[in-house]
Design a protein. Structure first.
Length: 554
């Protein structure tokens, strides 16, 4: 065996072994890679505490996983992702870095001071609010800080509580309405907390709410823009639904610009109606008086100077007086109307609507399409429908333009491309296909190398050393009378039908051996020339083609 390997050649034997080993190792790696399970995203945006809990749970269950994104992303086998999420949700994982009311589950109430109880209560409230805010669809993470001042028994002035919230929205942006909802959510969960004392910032440090004590002009302007855009989109959708039902899907484009008034107006009016009088009270005073007197005598006498003298003369002239007075006071209540009217913002000052409608097309027999504009009657009907859809008011100054223009023709996508896109192959699918194709190619190469090695070993080391290839018939190597293997010339001469074994000169006479070998080589060459001549005579055209090929190669 040692002699066989030595005659085979150390260099070629090492090359064959190295190539075979490399191919086997590559094939083994690809098979191991294909045998690995496919991983899908289990959780992302994890903090280190939650990532550690999840990894510990997976290790205890013996489930393979991958950690990426600096420990913030964990991948698990694709067929177990949903089950793992439900199992971990039942265990409260992930629960974030915040601590909720579970902080009171394992506490000894007897050995805990009131200070620790208050701190734990504040931590639990902050943690629960952070979890609630982070559960919103547009929020990826949240942290809440509360400042709740202690109430003093003898203090008159008490500070108001405040809150600070840090939210992460990923690559998106929180709308003002969402920020206001977070403010109201936190303010409703903390006693005596006002929404003006709740500050919200994003993960980049941008303030999303107005500072306390300042005006809300910036937030109001953002809200006005959002409300205007929402109103315009609602009207545009309404008009497009009507017009596209007439001209066809994608054959109409609508743009609406709305001028809205967001001023809030409060009006108070008081109206008096003089024709509507009601007697509230009536007061009547009636007086009657009469008086009669006798006229005194104008003469002077002794009787008039006596004491207790009666100067009146009953028989003299008398005077009488009478007085009647009637007073009536009537108080009337006049009808009065007091009216307070509040006009909220959002009134429409003016609407501008632009509608572009495509024409109609006729399909020809050769596949070409001819364009035809729409009639004026049809355009007038479309205009009337648009006016009714938006609530057109001419006194308000609304403007509507309905125009018929030909749309730009977009080339249709190739049907083969559409069929190819239905597979929806992902990047992982292409990598998987590449790995399978690589494994097949490596397997074919390994088979070819193994077959070449087996042929080389079956032809013997001498054949490989001399000719570098196997014999055409794959026959075993012939030996001479001395037991030594024959040379290729001796083997060819023996196969040509030479009678009897080839007689080689005894080993010792070198000159005779060389002469005999030369004679044998001459016979072989002569026989080869004869065979070539016979082939040329039998196949002249093929021989001529071979000669031309040799000349071109030369």
């Amino acid at each position: 065996m040692v002699a066989f390997l030595r005659e085979f050649g150390v260099a070629k034997l090492g090359t064959i072994i190295g190539v075979t080993g490399a191919v086997l190792i590559g094939l083994l790696l690809i098979i191991m890679r294909l045998a690995e399970p496919q991983f899908s995203l289990l959780y992302s945006n994890l903090d280190y505490e939650d990532a550690g809990r999840i990894m510990q749970t997976l290790d205890s269950a013996g489930i393979p996983y991958e950690v990426k994104g600096n420990g913030t992303m964990i991948f698990a086998p694709d067929d177990q992702v949903l089950k793992l999420r439900m199992d971990m949700a039942s265990q409260g994982i992930p629960r974030g870095s915040s601590v909720g009311y579970e902080i009171f589950d394992k506490m000894d109430a007897l050995g805990t001071t009131s200070f620790v109880q208050n701190i734990n209560r504040l931590r639990a409230l902050e943690g629960e609010l952070a979890r609630t805010v982070a559960s919103l669809k547009s929020v990826t993470s949240a942290r809440v800080h509360l400042v709740i001042p202690e109430r003093s028994l003898f203090g008159e002035d008490t500070s108001e509580p405040s809150a600070s919230i840090v939210v992460g929205a990923g690559s998106g942006r929180l709308m003002p309405a969402q920020v206001q909802a977070i403010q109201n959510l936190v303010a409703s969960a903390v006693p005596r907390l006002s929404t003006t004392n709740v500050s919200v910032i994003d993960e980049s440090g941008n303030l999303l709410t107005s500072p306390a004590g300042q005006d809300d002009q910036g937030l109001f302007m953002t809200t006005v823009a959002d409300r205007t855009a929402t109103f315009e989109n609602r009207l545009r959708t309404r008009v497009e639904n009507i017009v596209e039902r007439i001209v066809g899907p994608g054959a109409a484009r609508v743009q609406i610009t709305a001028d809205l008034d967001f001023n809030r107006i409060v009006q108070q009016s008081e109206t008096f109606d003089p024709d509507s009088q009601v007697a509230r009270s009536t007061q009547t005073v009636e007086e009657s008086a009469s008086d009669s007197e006798t006229a005194a005598s104008d003469g002077v006498s002794v009787e008039g100077n006596l004491p207790d003298a009666d100067l009146e003369d009953p028989n003299g002239p008398q005077s009488q007086s009478a007085e009647n007075r009637l007073e009536e006071v009537i108080n009337y209540e006049i009808s009065r109307t007091t009216k307070t009217e509040t006009i909220e913002g959002g009134r429409i000052n003016r609407l501008s609507v632009a509608v572009v409608v495509d024409g109609s097309y006729t399909e020809a027999a050769d596949g070409s399409r001819s364009y035809a504009p729409r009639s004026q009657d049809e355009m007038d009907q479309i205009r009337s429908l648009v006016q009714s859809a938006i609530g057109y008011d001419q006194q308000r100054g609304d403007l509507i333009e309905v125009v018929n223009l030909q749309f730009a023709q977009v080339p249709k996508p190739d049907a083969t491309q559409g069929e190819g896109s239905s597979f929806s192959l992902t990047k992982e699918d292409f990598l998987r296909i590449g790995e399978i194709a690589g494994a097949i190619i490596v397997g074919i190469l390994l088979l070819l190398v193994f077959r070449s090695v087996m042929k080389s070993m079956s032809s013997g080391p001498s054949s490989v050393a001399e000719g570098g290839a196997l014999s055409a018939e794959g026959a075993p190597q012939l030996t001479g009378p001395d037991g030594q293997p024959m040379t290729p010339e001796q083997t060819a001469l023996a196969q040509q039908g030479a009678a009897g074994p080839v007689a080689l000169p005894p080993p010792g006479n070198d000159i005779a051996s060389r002469i005999d070998i030369a004679q044998i080589e001459g016979r072989v060459q002569e026989s080869s020339i004869k065979k070539v001549g016979e082939l040329v005579n039998v196949h002249p055209e093929e021989s001529l083609s071979i000669v031309r090929t040799w000349m071109q190669e030369a």
